[in-house]
Design a binder for this molecule. Structure first.
Ligand SMILES: O=C(O)CCC(=O)C(=O)O
Length: 342
């Protein structure tokens, strides 16, 4: 189902009560909802140009990326420029986006990932996959935490269309409803959905994530999906923002259940702190250049989302091409070299 935004909602920084209820119901039952008119044409145009230029720079290296090796040729996880004017408040600090996030995940949900999803002409199929495991793996564990079964998502993905995403340029294939398929909770780590043709048959046929320019597809990242060949001669630019519920205190957004009381006190005092891979607490904010600060502070934050960013200033720079999957989401550099070739 596709929803649009009224001028009144835009100036209120909030969607109407009935609309937000319908949107959250769609995401909870079908796994996704598309909301149009969230990102301005100017922002789409500016980011489109930068994504196309940067994708070309990555391709000019003449080698496949690690993400392509793992998933499928032509599918880039492309870092986004982290300096003005390319960081835009209607994307990173948009109260209407944040209203959907807060309605799904609760207040103080935090931005954990900000990156490009680019599908190049000539790409191949990715394996069918889901981006996140269930936060509760059994009915008993969910019930112990007061959750229903199947349990709700603790992460929300926002797929942003910089141009129309259609079947003609390789819109993502999706299996609506599969975010509720609890069979996956018994699977060993790394198990492929393709080993379960009966389930694929049961949930099919798949649909496509059709999203008009400036719209966002809000989706439960447990919903099965895959990148497909882009049959056009144009690069398909999409942006992904991922938010996590406040209680997901691990830096990649996993639910943390047994945090020591002293550590819990610290994280409640300092919302920048996350549980790192070694179990210690550390700064888990995304890194941007100082010139991007205004984009994050230009709007009020009526839904109390943790925008979760820190800024570095001269002589430091942020090389957005590198380290998308490491803490900070990009590499802080001293040498002013902003390049995919490092
Ligand atoms: O870009 C797409 O269409 C899907 C990409 C995806 O699911 C991934 O790279 O994991």
């Amino acid at each position: 189902m596709t929803f649009s935004v009224t001028e009144e909602e835009r100036s209120n920084g909030a969607l109407a009560a009935e609309k937000i209820a319908l949107i959250t119901s769609e995401i909870s039952t079908r796994g996704f909802a598309v909301v149009t008119g969230l990102i301005s044409p100017q922002t789409c145009e500016l980011l489109l140009t930068s994504v196309l230029e940067d994708a070309q720079r990555v391709r000019a290296l003449g080698k496949t990326t690690a993400h392509e090796e793992h998933t499928g040729r032509g599918h880039l996880q492309l870092g986004l420029r982290r300096f003005a004017p390319y960081v835009r408040s209607d994307l990173v600090a948009n109260p209407l986006i944040e209203h959907v996030v807060a309605a799904m995940l609760g207040p103080a949900a935090w931005l954990g990932f900000y990156n490009g999803n680019v599908n190049l002409p000539g790409s191949t199929y990715q394996p069918l996959h889901y981006d996140r495991p269930f936060s509760w793996r059994t009915k008993e564990k969910a019930e112990r935490d007061g959750e229903s079964w199947p349990p709700p998502t603790t992460t929300l993905s926002c797929s942003v269309a910089l141009t129309d995403l259609t079947e003609n340029n390789g819109a993502t294939e999706i299996y609506p409803g599969t975010h509720l398929e609890t069979a996956v909770t018994d699977w060993p780590l790394g198990e492929r959905i393709s080993n379960h043709p009966d389930l694929i048959e049961r949930w099919g046929p798949p649909a496509r994530m059709i999203v008009p320019t400036g719209a966002i597809c809000f989706r439960d990242p447990r919903m099965w999906h895959r990148g497909v060949p882009n049959p056009s001669d144009q690069t398909r630019p999409m942006i992904g923002l991922t938010y996590h519920a406040q209680r997901c205190r691990q830096w990649r957004g996993r639910l943390v259940k047994n945090l020591a009381a002293a550590d819990m006190e610290k994280v409640l005092q300092d919302p920048a702190l996350r549980v790192l891979d070694d179990g210690a607490l550390g700064d888990g904010r995304l890194v941007f250049e100082e010139s991007a600060r205004d984009a994050f502070t230009a709007t009020d934050n009526p839904h109390e989302i943790n925008r979760n960013v820190r800024f570095v200033d001269e002589p430091l720079k942020v090389n957005h091409f590198l380290d998308a999957h490491l803490i900070g989401g990009a590499r802080v550099v001293k040498d002013h070299v902003i390049s995919p070739d490092a």
